[in-house]
Design a protein around this ligand. Structure first.
Ligand code: PTJ
Length: 250
């Protein structure tokens, strides 16, 4: 990786870019992942490269939803592996659940490399290498899922996803938590809880929330989930971008 000095004003963003480029070189991130990263960087810039109030609210609701779930699942693709492998392993450990590799541009080699990377970073169990079910309504290999994982889950976390799979999972009756820097994306619009934040910031905050909320009674968690309104939170995310741009252009 290119050596980025910590003093560089765009340190975090440049390190993330290097990680995705490294993922492509090592063969676990798709070449298309570079374009997704560029789009993400642009939205992160508009948001102000911080976790906004609306994102914090979504993160809290997502943590409550994961704790209430009968069978939660966490999906990992090539960009997620490059940017937040350790952080996803920590979230899975806090929830005591496996991670599942689930790819848009699927190749068996990439699935294996991502699973190996997650195990290297300490994952106790990784699903996705031997899918035995398919999400209805999706064509081709991206429908592949695992029984006991995403296929049977009642709540699924899908970071950096495309809208089709989000919609298909919702159509199966699942609650879907998205992490997507674009508040206007189809994924963000279709998900049950949309976290408009960079995965690099959002996942550690989710793990923190899972740890903080886990001692609470179920009724408190249920109230948090019931009070959460995704449309309102997404409108707030757009307003936060507007406000940020206004401050910057003064
Ligand atoms: O590894 P694969 O084959 O499963 O492919 C993964 C990608 C990400 C290439 C694939 O899912 C894809 O093409 O996704 P999209 O349709 O480009 O959507 C990705 C979304 O994630 C976009 O809305 C981006 O703005 C957003 N995004 C990109 N980087 C980040 C992000 N959101 C949060 N944090 C990021 N770092």
């Amino acid at each position: 990786m290119t050596d980025i000095p910590r003093s560089h004003p765009r340190y975090a963003s440049l390190v993330a870019r290097e990680r995705v480029a490294e993922g492509v070189k090592k063969g676990y991130t798709s070449i298309q992942g570079l374009i997704a990263q560029g789009r993400g960087e642009c939205f992160d810039y508009l948001i102000g490269e911080r976790t906004t109030l609306s994102a914090s609210e979504a993160i809290r609701a997502a943590a409550a939803m994961l704790l209430l779930a009968r069978r939660p699942a966490l999906s990992v693709n090539g960009n997620v592996a490059a940017l937040a492998a350790e952080e996803m392993v920590a979230l899975a450990a806090a929830l005591k659940i496996p991670l599942e590799v689930n790819l848009f541009h699927r190749s068996e080699e990439r699935v294996r490399k991502i699973a190996d990377l997650l195990r290297e970073r300490g994952a106790a169990q990784v699903l996705g290498e031997r899918p035995d079910a398919a999400v209805p309504g999706l064509e081709h290999a991206r429908a592949l899922a695992t029984k006991g994982g995403i296929y049977d889950a009642d709540v699924v976390l899908i970071p950096l996803e495309d809208g089709d799979r989000c919609e298909a999972l919702v159509a199966m009756g699942k609650k879907v938590i998205a992490i997507d820097l674009n508040p206007l994306s189809r994924t963000a619009r279709k998900a049950t809880v949309s976290i408009v934040d960079n995965i690099v910031r959002a996942v550690p905050l989710m793990t923190e929330q899972v740890q903080q909320l886990s001692p609470l009674p179920r009724s408190d968690l249920e109230t948090m989930v019931q009070e959460y309104e995704n449309d309102r939170v997404l409108s707030q995310a757009v307003q936060e971008i507007r406000d940020h741009l206004e401050r910057q252009s003064r």
